[in-house]
Design a protein around this ligand. Structure first.
Ligand code: DC
Length: 220
């Protein structure tokens, strides 16, 4: 069994790359950001203040997140309801970054992530996979790109999916998340000492996929 950790800031291309490389290798892709997004959607839809004192009592005991895989890819269920599309909306992105600051939220989700990684070869992407969730991962990659390029990619992705998007707002949200995710106290976004840095600013998705695929084959 092999485990691959891919970390990096929002919009660096982690999920598109992890999805394709896992398909080529027959590994399971675990998108940990989707779990933080689902917690945020629960709070937003139930009118619960993410920054409020009772957030953890109001949310953590009641929330049930499950992830299933079929031929269309990953589906995320929140208390039995399919929220796969809902978690990609802008309020869920910023909300996820905000709930991710709360240690009790992280502990609950990290337990779920480690459980999933025990069963099979995985590529797991997030912010703290190489540093905290899977410190013994066989391969660790830190993917990054300039803020401009990441905002452009995220904007294009939203437009392609038929979602409404404003480039400046997308860029501001990414900058907010970069700061929030890297400055939090518990398991912040950080490159692990033994991770390989890959800057994708001037690379196409296919070039990044080839590079990471070869790195994993070499290490296997
Ligand atoms: O990868 P993503 O953009 O879907 O993640 C959404 C937010 O969730 C991100 O801004 C920070 C948080 N997150 C985290 O703190 N730790 C992870 N392992 C994954 C995501």
């Amino acid at each position: 069994m092999i485990s691959v950790a891919i970390d990096g800031p929002a919009g660096a291309g982690k999920s598109s790359i992890a999805k394709e490389v896992s398909k080529k290798l027959g590994f399971v892709y675990i998108d940990t950001g989707a779990m933080y997004r689902a917690v945020a959607v629960y709070a937003i839809e139930n009118g619960i203040d993410i920054c409020g004192e009772n957030f953890t009592d109001q949310v953590l005991d009641k929330i049930d997140i499950s992830i299933e895989y079929d031929e269309d890819g990953q589906k995320v269920f929140l208390c039995g309801k399919d929220v796969t599309k809902r978690i990609r909306e802008a309020d869920a992105s910023v909300g996820a970054s905000n709930v991710a600051v709360i240690p009790a939220v992280r502990l609950k989700l990290v337990a779920l992530q480690r459980e999933l990684a025990k069963k099979t070869s995985v590529i797991m992407d997030g912010r703290d996979i190489g540093t905290y969730v899977l410190p013994d991962a066989d391969i660790k990659i830190f993917l990054t790109a300039s803020v401009e390029e990441r905002a452009r990619r995220r904007y294009r992705e939203m437009i392609d999916k038929g979602m409404e998007a404003d480039f400046e707002k997308v860029k501001q949200d990414i900058m907010y998340r970069d700061k929030n995710d890297s400055e939090r106290e518990f398991a912040p976004l950080r490159q692990a000492e033994d991770a390989v840095l890959v800057d994708t600013s001037d690379m196409t998705i296919d070039q990044v996929i080839d590079k990471i695929y070869s790195m994993i084959l070499e290490a296997k």
